[in-house]
Design a protein around this ligand. Structure first.
Ligand SMILES: N[C@@H](CCC(=O)N[C@@H](CS)C(=O)NCC(=O)O)C(=O)O
Length: 212
């Protein structure tokens, strides 16, 4: 049995954050596919919530005889356990993880989900989320001025957290990236790291067909 067992599905950028951390750290890990889409979703059943997480969300990481949820908590645990990607300023690192969970990943994930997995989404709702995504991208683009990574010259778990949805095919999140050259370069720095793989290559399970 692998040291780290990640409950996940391939379309989840939240799961990819954890998988990317494990892969870039060269950890001994395995992915355990969760059936998120069919039959209302395995994670939403009372049985799964009771057995795995009351929040009904993945990623879930099992290791050291414990089940951990919330990618920010999992990434913090892994950075300590593996001694990798620890930000020089842990308060600043947490600040960016919280920003990510509220404004960056959450809006990007919802916009992408509406575009790819919801039949006939309300155009006004799609436009709302796109605007929120663009606002969040502008914030990150500004932070990356004069920095290779969010906190400076070295990558930390906050960078990994925000990378979650950026390694899916561009047609799933069709933003004009010419407006965000620093974010584009920052994505490229991750692609060049040893152990890197894009989301659909790293996470187990078949990709679910688009609803449209
Ligand atoms: N803040 C959480 C968000 C996790 C999350 O939203 N996971 C999604 C999959 S990407 C999920 O399991 N959602 C459950 C649902 O929609 O019922 C984290 O970073 O771990």
């Amino acid at each position: 049995m692998a040291e780290f067992r990640l409950h996940c599905f391939p379309e989840s950028g939240g799961c990819y954050k954890v998988a990317l951390m494990l892969a870039l750290s060269g950890a001994d890990w395995e992915g355990i596919w969760v059936d998120y889409f069919r039959g209302g979703g395995e994670t939403r059943t009372p049985e799964w919530k009771k057995r795995v997480s009351v929040m009904g969300e993945v990623p879930v990481l099992e290791s050291d005889g414990r089940s951990r949820t919330q990618s920010g908590v999992i990434l913090t645990y892994l950075s300590q356990k593996l001694g990798r990607f620890q930000g020089a300023d842990r308060e600043e690192e947490l600040r960016w993880i919280l920003f990510d969970n509220h404004k960056f990943t959450s809006y990007l994930a919802t916009w992408r989900f509406l575009l790819g997995w919801v039949k006939d989404p309300d155009p006004a709702v799609v436009a709302f989320f796109r605007t929120r995504v663009e606002n969040a991208f502008r914030v990150v683009e500004a932070q990356l001025e004069g920095r290779d990574f969010l906190l400076g010259a070295e990558p930390c778990i906050a960078d990994i957290s925000l990378q979650g949805y950026l390694h899916y095919p561009r047609e799933e999140w069709p933003l004009d990236m010419s407006a965000y050259p620093r974010i584009e370069a920052w994505i490229g720095r991750f692609r060049a790291m040893p152990g890197y793989k894009p989301a659909y290559e790293l996470l187990p399970g078949a990709r679910t067909a688009y609803a449209a």
